[in-house]
Ligand binder design. Structure first.
Ligand code: 5PN
Ligand code: ZN
Ligand code: ZN
Length: 267
C-alpha cells in the first residue's frame, strides 16, 4: 500500500491590513500573506484541501487586496508541476467557502466536493457583513445563478459539482481527519493528515491565520462569531497536543517560506 503523501500548492499572495489579520490589535499597515492548497495522495484517491483564490475575481471584486499570482500559481499550474491534470483530482475538501479557499474548485471538474453542511448553507444565507468573503460562487454555478436571480434552466455544459456534506468530526479516509473549528465561518473545518514517517500535519485553515495569531490568541477580523473563533483556536492547540501534530497555518508570511513546496512532499 503506498504511503500517503502531502504536497503544498502555492497559490500566490494577497494584501490585507494588519488590523484585519489581528483583530483590534494590529499594528496596522499592509500585510502581504500567502494562500495555498494541500494535495493529498492517498490510497483512496487524490484529495485537495482548499483551492486558493481566482486572480480575476479578486482583481474585480477586491482589487485592494492586490493579488499577485503567476500562471504557475493557479491550480492547473501547480498540478502541472507535479505532472497532474485537474481531472486527476478525486475529492475537493473546502475548509470553508471564502473566496480565497474555493477559487480553484471550478477547475476540478471530476472531483466530488466535500464541506461542512453548515458551510454550504452559509453560502446562501450569510450575514450581511460576510458579503465579500462569500463573493466567489464559481464553485457552484447553480448557487451563483440563484444569487443572480437568473432563470434556473439546467445548463448541461457548465460545471456542476457533486456535493457531499458532513457534520461533526469525521475520519473521511484512513488518517484523514476533519475537525470542526467554527467561528471564522459557520461550518469551518480544519484537517489533520496522519503520515507514516513524521508527525501528523494539522492544517488550521482560517481558524488560525498564523503562528503570531496563535501566540497572541488573537483572531482575524473576518469572523462570524468571535467567541467561537477563540474557542476553535484553543481547540486546535489541544488537538495538536493530543495528537503530537504540527500546526500549519493558512496565511502565515513567516511560516510559509519554511514549508516544503513544489515537488517536495511530506510523507
Ligand atoms: C483575505 C480575505 N479578505 C477579505 C475577506 C472577507 O471579507 O472575508 C474573508 C476574507 C479574507 O479571507
Ligand atoms: Zn476565510
Ligand atoms: Zn483565508
Amino acid at each position: 500500500m503506498p504511503d500517503t503523501k502531502v504536497y503544498l500548492l502555492d497559490g500566490g499572495t494577497l494584501v490585507i491590513d494588519g488590523y484585519h489579520a489581528f483583530w483590534n490589535r494590529g499594528p496596522g499597515g499592509e500585510l502581504r500573506f500567502p494562500c495555498y492548497s494541500v494535495l493529498i495522495e492517498h490510497q483512496d484517491g487524490r484529495y485537495i484541501f482548499d483551492t486558493g483564490y481566482d486572480h480575476d475575481h479578486v482583481q474585480r471584486v477586491l482589487p485592494f487586496e492586490k493579488p499577485l499570482q503567476t500562471p504557475e500559481q493557479t491550480i492547473p499550474g501547480q498540478l502541472a508541476q507535479l505532472n497532474l491534470k485537474p481531472q486527476d483530482i478525486d475529492y475537493v475538501i473546502n475548509s470553508h467557502y471564502h473566496f480565497d479557499h474555493c477559487g480553484g474548485n471550478k477547475y476540478l471538474t471530476e472531483a466530488c466536493t466535500l464541506c461542512h453542511a453548515k458551510e454550504l448553507e452559509a453560502c446562501e444565507c450569510y450575514q450581511p457583513f460576510e458579503h465579500l468573503g462569500y463573493s466567489d460562487l464559481s464553485f457552484a454555478p447553480e448557487l451563483q445563478a440563484k444569487r443572480d436571480g437568473a432563470p434556473a434552466e439546467p445548463a448541461l455544459d457548465i460545471y456542476t459539482p457533486k456535493f457531499e456534506t458532513v457534520t461533526g468530526d469525521q475520519e473521511i479516509a484512513k488518517g484523514l481527519w476533519l475537525f470542526e473549528t467554527p467561528g471564522h465561518t459557520a461550518g469551518h473545518y480544519s484537517l489533520m493528515v496522519e503520515l507514516a514517517n513524521r508527525r501528523p500535519m494539522l492544517f488550521t485553515a482560517d481558524a488560525c491565520y498564523s503562528q503570531k495569531n496563535m501566540d497572541m490568541m488573537c483572531i482575524s477580523s473576518f469572523h462570524l462569531d468571535p467567541v467561537a473563533s477563540l474557542q476553535s483556536m484553543a481547540r486546535l492547540k489541544e488537538l495538536a497536543d493530543k495528537h503530537d501534530a504540527e500546526l500549519f497555518y493558512s496565511h502565515d508570511p513567516d511560516s510559509f517560506p519554511t514549508y516544503q513546496k513544489g515537488s517536495a512532499f511530506y510523507s
